[in-house]
Write a protein that binds this ligand. Structure first.
Ligand SMILES: [Fe+2]
Ligand SMILES: [Fe+2]
Length: 361
């Protein structure tokens, strides 16, 4: 086993031999495991009370077991892949370095933008996998430990599915975006389990749920759409778990502790907002990053969807009591406070979330 520990997060684009990627069998000698260390002063807990509380957390756990899916079996990987960006969503149509490219050149840029987004999903899923596994140790109650374990397996399957999509169909992957990485660092290394919980289950997953839904609505590739459909169903359970568990828990905190959590959630939202900008792609093509960034932010995709990405997070933060008077003006400044009164994920649509895998719309 060849393990290489690095002190700096890798920053290169990786290309995969796409044509026969499915057939490549790599042996131990072919793989170098690139590892970056993080330390966490994890405070775990045993739970010696095995009484089974019949609550929503248990119901979600049962659903999680029932709705397991398998990327190898449930997805038809044989369809062709599109690297196409609908013209009405492309911010760069009039940007000279893009406009002067021929069709192949533009397709390559689109492929990179696609790879960048899917790679951030992949890295985010790995973060979720690591946090969920920490929560199995840290969460204090019986049902929550079992649920965190089932979520850990969900996240492993999400990592597997996005990785397969990237390696066999997109053909290249991007390194983790620095703002996403700093958010994951913050969550993974904080000793307080409930901050991990807030950061992951509410902010990152709420954000991912909106991002996946957005991507599903514009994806022209049917495999991307199908895969996101399965993942969205899992994530909806994860967010509901977070809202239900945290609502009860936050009420037990002192005002001072509550403010610290509210501030943490706000800071996580600020960082999450940044991760939408594919600066890595601009750098790769030698574009002027500041200029491309500005054009991207003015573009139709961002204008249409950027704030929508907070439509799950804000009502959920309000629901669990973390939109305190101290942080409200800050969210107002970000322009996303208005979403607080949208439906939250506490009262989930059980009929919808319980549908058999292949029946759901
Ligand atoms: Fe996930
Ligand atoms: Fe998740």
């Amino acid at each position: 086993m060849d393990i290489k520990t690095v002190s700096k997060t890798p920053d290169e684009v990786i290309h995969y031999p796409q044509a026969d990627a499915d057939d490549i069998e790599l042996g131990p000698a072919d793989v170098e495991h690139v590892v970056e260390i993080f330390n966490t002063p994890l405070t775990g807990s045993y739970n010696w009370d095995y009484s089974i509380q019949d609550d929503r957390i248990r119901k979600l756990y049962e659903l999680g077991k029932k709705l397991n899916w398998n990327a190898e079996v449930d997805i038809n990987w044989d369809l062709p892949m599109f690297h196409h960006l609908a013209p009405d969503l492309n911010a760069f149509l009039d940007y000279e370095p893009y406009a002067r490219l021929d069709e192949d050149g533009q397709r390559e840029v689109n492929q990179h933008l696609n790879a960048w987004t899917l790679s951030q999903f992949l890295h985010g899923e790995q973060g979720a996998l690591l946090v969920a596994s920490q929560l199995a140790s840290c969460a204090p109650t019986y049902n929550a430990k079992l649920y965190a374990a089932s979520q850990t397996f969900d996240e492993a399957r999400h990592v597997e599915a996005f990785n397969k999509l990237i390696q066999t169909r997109v053909g290249l992957s991007y390194p983790v975006d620095p703002s996403l990485k700093s958010l994951l660092d913050k969550i993974l290394t904080d000793p307080r389990w409930d901050l991990k919980f807030i950061g992951m289950q509410l902010v990152i997953e709420g954000f991912a749920l909106s991002a996946f839904t957005t991507m599903k609505s514009i994806a022209e590739d049917s495999i991307v759409g199908e895969l996101l459909h399965y993942i969205i169903r899992d994530e909806a359970r994860h967010v509901t778990f977070g809202v239900n568990y945290l609502e009860a828990y936050v009420q037990t905190l002192s005002e001072e502790d509550k403010e610290a959590r509210a501030m943490f959630a706000y800071e996580a939202c600020v960082v999450a907002r940044e991760r939408l900008i594919p600066t890595g792609v601009f750098q790769h093509f030698g574009w002027d990053v500041a200029q491309a960034r500005e054009i991207y932010l003015r573009g139709p995709l961002v204008n249409k969807f950027r704030d929508l990405l907070f439509t799950r997070i804000m009502p959920n933060l309000r629901r669990i009591g973390l939109l305190t008077d101290a942080v409200r003006p800050k969210f107002e400044e970000l322009g996303i406070l208005e979403y607080e009164h949208l439906p939250d994920d506490y009262d989930i649509d059980w009929a919808e979330i319980s549908k058999p895998l292949h029946d759901a719309a």
